[in-house]
Design a protein around this ligand. Structure first.
Ligand code: PLP
Length: 372
């Protein structure tokens, strides 16, 4: 089986699993408990993971909190900002190509009286920063724009967008789930206030994610209404006993990405370019979606005339795994592909191939597709 759905999830790195296991066995202390060694060990492991993730994005460790995943991080930031800053304004700006955990949260906030502007995108799936300038009003409290798209791989102009938000004194959040460990993220260079992440896209475990929450101008913690109230864990932003083993797994995955990204990303790009060239030469009329250069390494959105994507995936299900688009929007036409101007027929002809660091030989993919 050739696994090419690495944007849906990744296989856990064996070193990540190894790092996690002690925290499911002998090191079972609660990191929030006090004074005894078992608790101290767990607390130390959590803080080490926070440091590893902080190193990967160049922030302070206490600017990161752990969540259950990027869906929760997205919900927390959007709902938390909307609630806490509602006296300042009721307007949120996002785009048509966000993950469902942003779009559905925006729908929910609209039902609570917030106004949401959904920016369109160009043919590659990018938000035009000038369009953003036009729609910011005095009531805008938050802009949330995806960093790199999960379906077509296109990268947004996050630095420019962040600068516009700074100039207008508006918070800026970006869903960075698909870019962590694939492109360099440096929050000292990019004016972003909040980021969302998920470990399972990074060869880490499922059910664990994080939020970057930049401190304010005075170096104080930014105030946001918590999504989960309770015991005050995670600096009061997110209550609940910490999932130590998953946090340790995320930390190890971040450490590996920090040390090894420069080795495995060029290999992913090489595999992608070779596959793209082979698909182009062997399948007539094939089309690639998304930006050809400003893109996440490894994601290929491919439209193959005359092919039904669902049937193709089912026919090849024991040989290869790829997807019609986002794993979270199966059975609905992709909003991302609609937003870049594709019609329903083209969308049905489209598959997403996402290459990861464990892939090696994927050259028989065109042959497999042609055999269907
Ligand atoms: N945001 C993006 C861009 C994603 O690709 C995903 C996962 O598919 C998510 C958010 C949700 O992540 P999680 O599975 O950790 O909730």
């Amino acid at each position: 089986m050739i696994y090419l759905d690495n944007s849906a999830t990744t296989k856990i790195d064996p070193r990540v699993l190894k790092a996690m296991l002690p925290y499911l066995q002998e090191e079972y202390g609660n990191p929030s408990a006090k004074y005894y060694t078992l608790a101290e060990n767990a607390k130390r492991a959590v803080e080490k993971s926070r440091e590893n993730l902080a190193k990967l994005i160049n922030c302070e460790p206490d600017e990161l909190i752990f969540t259950s995943g990027a869906s929760e991080s997205n919900n927390f930031i959007l709902k938390g900002i909307a609630d806490f800053y509602s006296n300042k304004g009721n307007h949120i700006i996002t785009s048509l190509v966000e993950h469902s955990s942003i779009l559905e949260t925006c729908n929910y906030l609209e039902s609570k009286g917030f106004e949401v502007t959904y920016l369109g995108v160009n043919q590659y799936g990018q938000v035009d920063p000038n369009e953003l300038k036009k729609v910011i009003t005095k009531k805008t409290i938050l802009v949330s724009i995806i960093w790199g798209n999960n379906e077509i791989g296109t990268l947004n102009k996050i630095k420019e967008i962040g600068q516009i938000c700074r100039e207008h004194n508006v918070f800026f959040h970006s869903d960075a789930t698909q870019v962590l460990g694939k492109i360099k993220i440096d929050v000292q260079d990019v004016p972003v206030d909040f980021l969302s992440f998920s470990a399972h896209k990074l060869y880490g475990p499922k059910g664990i994610g994080a939020c970057f929450i930049r401190k304010d101008e005075l170096g104080l913690k930014r105030e946001i209404t918590p999504l989960i109230h309770g015991g005050g864990q995670e600096f009061g932003y997110r209550a609940g006993t910490l999932c130590t083993h998953n946090i340790v797994g995320f930390g190890k995955a971040a450490e590996i990405a920090y040390n090894e990204m420069d080795n495995y990303i060029p290999n992913i790009i090489k595999l992608e370019n070779e596959l793209k060239a082979k698909l182009e030469s062997e399948i007539k009329g094939i089309k690639f979606n998304g930006h050809p250069i400003e893109k996440i390494p490894g994601i290929l959105s491919v439209t193959i005339p005359g092919v039904n994507n669902e049937l193709l995936i089912r026919k090849l299900k024991n040989q290869v795994a790829f997807s019609t688009g986002s794993a979270c929007s199966f059975n609905k036409p992709s909003k991302v592909l609609l937003a870049i101007g594709m019609n329903l027929k083209e969308i049905r002809n489209t598959i997403r191939i996402s290459i990861g660091k464990f892939n090696s030989d994927i050259q028989k993919i065109p042959e497999l597709i042609k055999s269907c």
